[in-house]
Design a protein around this ligand. Sequence first.
Ligand SMILES: [Zn+2]
Length: 399
Amino acid sequence: MNKRTLLVPEQVWTDGETHRGWCVLVGGDRIAAAGPRQSIGDVSDCEVVALSGCTLLPGLMDLHSHLFLHPYNETSWDDQVLRESEAYRTALAVAHAEATLMAGFTTLRDLGTEGAGYADVSLKRAIDDGIVKGPRLFVAGRAIVATGAYGPMRRNYRTDCCFPQGALEASGVGEIVRAVRIEAAHGADWIKLYGDYRVGPNGETRPTFSQEELNAAVATAHDLGRPVAVHAMTDEAMQRAARAGVQTIEHGYAGSRETFALMRENDVAFLPTLTVSEALSEYFVPGESHPTESMQMAERGFRNALAEGVTIGCGSDVGPYPHGENVRELIWMARLGMSPAEVLLAATAVNARILGKKNELGSIKAAHLADLIVVEGSPPEDLSSLKNVRWVMKGGVRF
Ligand SMILES: [Zn+2]
């Protein structure tokens, strides 16, 4: 039997509150107790770990990642999909997963391998088996897109060649139902749909799936016990997704107050992905010193969501920017109007609720999984101290 561990930090932050003088007792893969030292009981058999000057927090979560992508200023998205083998991309993803864990992110929802098939399902298995280091993964396999709506865009290539696509194509109720079943059968924990994409005559973002198609996909996913995440940039696609009863909407840059109100009423959570907008703006508009149009849109959408009181989780769309820098998203959320405590809550307890895991993840409480991070300084007062992660514990194992 493993020895129990008593962690004695300067303070514990969990569920929106800072507790000075709290200790946390870990036994096996779970938290056995958390509270003032005298409340913990007999600890004579424990290894005691003193963590002076440090804050203990629940492991952070990022609910929108792409472990199988790397920054587009290194290799364009098209070239990653067309010129990098699945084996090479998996090798990269192993390194990305370790960098993410060591940065304090103990859980990721990875929303699509972008042309790397179901390698995410296997990566998750290798992490769970302890073969490689990485966060707990909730994976989506291949995203589902409307026929011709995704990349590599056929208009940019020879038309006599048949290029692999970055996601699974479907048209009509029959095909989208089939696509959802295929993803679930291959091990997808979540179903990821693209509600809109750059399909307009001049590459404008337009809704892709019809209301009928989305309704059918969601009904099928729910029959299979899988929640649904929808990429939606336009107000129309967001509304269709919200009416279809999806669980999360990603990006939402052009979301109106009315649409966020609809999301609130239908209990749809929002993942703002502010950092990817910043990263892509840097890559495509070098030297730009003021926020680009897309960043201003992302900010407007975020502020509308805040004003309407939608459930806002933390999801950054990491991959297009470097893995392990996920904390940039938290800093963006604070810059655009959330308090540090609200941001920390979004990245822990709120994200756990979105995943349907609030009884196991996201809080420092007895019986929860021991996913913890030790940070030098006090993140509830200064989020940038999250960059100083001393060590990470996942399921009671220290990394
Ligand atoms: Zn994404």
